[in-house]
Write a protein that binds this ligand. Structure first.
Ligand SMILES: NC(=O)c1ccc[n+]([C@@H]2O[C@H](COP(=O)([O-])OP(=O)(O)OC[C@H]3O[C@@H](n4cnc5c(N)ncnc54)[C@H](O)[C@@H]3O)[C@@H](O)[C@H]2O)c1
Length: 277
């Protein structure tokens, strides 16, 4: 059984902590007694969350960090000090068909959602292994378990995130390192990142609320869980892949998975964040 990390008295760093799920995890961890370090490319949003935590009597610091900038990550990590929990949460999506997405948007998705996992995790993992304590959280997505139309960039990046977590978990087990990994694969969350998406079966595949997902992630960190898939039905989707491709595709159609992005309008304006490519 993997070891959980108690959040009271720990330092938790969250990338993309200025908005959406990251903000909720930052606020929740602070309420559970963590010192929180917020990294975001939206400096104002990160600072606002930091102020919110301090106003409530919690401990927080915010740093402007573009997680795709390797040197900036190293410099900010040196400033952040000892970190017990790293939450790789920053993410972006183009949400365009393959031929409609710009090359820059595709590259950005891969840089933020995939390569940054390496830069940020490498900056803290050595310290965690040495102290025999900590958790590396990778916020992937249900789109990292099944490919979805209009998500060739996003789905592929989240498949990579799931693979990154699984390989790292295997590596840490082989090394008998006392550091846990947790992969998080939620269906759509009501953060504004996927404005306009629809679900055909709201009872089976609901659009999740950011506060609920954040609380579940923090519980999983403390309990030492290694995987969090929400809602539970999503666990079944990759299992269906053993079926012939035609049957699998048909089932995805029945579940409405490939039509979810039909009404996607981009990241909602007027909500925090706004760097979804
Ligand atoms: N919203 C959903 O439906 C959903 C579903 C499954 C998984 N996720 C994943 O959850 C995570 C959080 O998503 P969200 O919905 O809260 O989105 P969001 O847009 O509200 O928040 C993302 C945050 O990441 C920051 N960010 C973007 N690029 C960055 C960079 N280069 N460096 C540092 N920070 C950067 C943004 O400024 C923003 O504050 C993402 O990894 C996303 O892929 C979201």
């Amino acid at each position: 059984m993997a070891k959980g990390t108690r959040l009271a008295g720990a330092t938790l760093l969250v990338t993309g902590g200025g908005s959406g799920l990251g903000r909720r995890m930052a606020l929740g961890a602070a309420r559970r007694g963590s010192r929180v370090v917020i990294w975001d490319v939206d400096a104002a949003a990160g600072a606002a969350v930091c102020d919110e935590i301090r106003a409530a009597g919690g401990q927080a610091d915010a740093q402007y960090v573009d997680v795709t900038d390797r040197d900036a990550v190293k410099a900010a990590a040196a400033e952040a000090g000892t970190v017990d929990v790293v939450v790789n949460n920053a993410g972006v999506v183009s949400g365009q068909r393959l031929l409609d997405a710009t090359e820059d948007a595709i590259e950005r998705t891969m840089n933020v959602n995939v390569l940054a996992l390496y830069w940020v995790t490498r900056a803290f993992l050595g310290g965690m292994v040495e102290r025999r304590r900590g958790t590396v959280v990778t916020v992937a997505s249900a789109a990292g378990l099944v490919g979805v139309a209009r998500q060739t960039d996003y789905s592929a990046s989240k498949f990579a995130a799931v693979g990154f977590n699984e390989s790292l978990r295997a590596e840490l087990r082989a090394d008998r390192a006392d550091v846990n990994t947790l992969v998080v694969c939620p269906f759509y969350i009501n953060t504004g990142m996927f404005d306009g998406v629809r679900t055909r079966w709201p009872l089976l595949l609901p659009i999740l609320e950011e506060e609920d997902v954040a609380a579940r992630v923090l519980d999983a960190i403390e309990a030492g869980h290694r995987k969090l898939v929400l809602p539970p039905l999503v666990n079944l989707l990759p299992v269906l892949r053993v079926l012939p491709v035609g049957v699998f595709d048909r089932l995805m159609d029945v579940l409405g998975v490939n039509r979810t992005m039909d009404h996607f309008t981009g990241r909602a304006p007027g909500r925090t964040g706004g760097h979804s490519g």
